[in-house]
Design a protein around this ligand. Sequence first.
Ligand SMILES: C[S@@+](CC[C@H](N)C(=O)[O-])C[C@H]1O[C@@H](n2cnc3c(N)ncnc32)[C@H](O)[C@@H]1O
Length: 363
Amino acid sequence: MADSAEVLENVKDYYGKVLQSTSDLKTQACVTPGKALNEYVKNAISEVHPEVSARYYGCGLVIPPGVHGARVLDLGSGSGRDCYALSKLVGKDGEMVGVDMTSEQIEVANQYIEHHTAKFGYDKPNVSFVQGYIDKLSEAGLQSDYFDIVVSNCVINLTPDKKAVLSEVHKVLKPGGELYFSDVYTDTELSDEVRKDKVLWGECISGALHWNTLHSLAKEVGFTKPYLVSCSPINIDREDFKQVLGDAKFCSATYRLFKLPEKPRKVGGGKIIYNGEIAGHEESFQFDHKTELAAGTPVCLSGEVLTVISNSRLGEEFQLDPGVKEVCCVKISEGVDPFLVIGEKESRGEKIEAACCGPSACC
Ligand SMILES: C[S@@+](CC[C@H](N)C(=O)[O-])C[C@H]1O[C@@H](n2cnc3c(N)ncnc32)[C@H](O)[C@@H]1O
């Protein structure tokens, strides 16, 4: 497609007029297979109105641990499935805002505010939807340094200017806040033919970032490095799409990135203990795809990760033990390739789970 404006118009048309429900999708990119969710998250998703869930087009699970009482923004909120599940989990004193550029999506989402407010037993709604562009959040009226968490489910790939999106997110997050999002990634530079394919754009394929580019953009904008939480392959079955895509591979991946304070308190490597007090995560806390912290059990981590955790919104959920030497501490590796992670799991014969939940898969 010729330019950004054309891409945005095409995407608006796709999500406003072409697609009416999840079953209209032509690939598996939005809505990859679901894994068993913990009961806490599963219950919240199952309370979302079926008309909203029927229009779910996400590719991952964007409900991080520790949302109670938080202010959360959802980029490209669509019909509002994740917003309503989070509206339940943030509680009456939390706040949930969804932003989407497509009027038809905002209209559907707005229709169910009263229903969910009553269902969750709130006196007044804690959720609202704003029509606007995710690379222009200030123009959409969203305040700087306001949100604890920004989530997004299969949207940033649809936006031509990804760096502008990350910059705007950095602006609206409080220091210590977190961007926790699922999206589609590729392992190669996509050809012009792929980039120009309108249906593949709409299906979240043509605008996919090379996974490595996310790391450089995050750094340029001032985020911590992106930590990979989960990933799963996207298989494209249609012959005509396969012809256009050639050898390019795609996966859905969930990352977490933090906006640290300007002068973060530096912490050396050592032991950290998770307090087990986050609702729904009483037994353990998953930091990234391979770092799971069992409640009450000291775990040795590098100074880099301890600095991130202790300066983040999650800091008070952990206790640091400074008395341990750096040498015993695991360093979480830089720039993990999600395709390698998937390949390693496949070669070990492990069941590959997508941290994802389509309406039929697990709700
Ligand atoms: C694949 S759907 C995902 C919707 C929702 N997150 C879900 O999981 O059901 C993508 C959504 O992002 C919105 N969108 C795409 N590009 C956008 C942009 N630049 N600004 C705002 N919304 C955008 C579309 O209107 C659409 O509703």
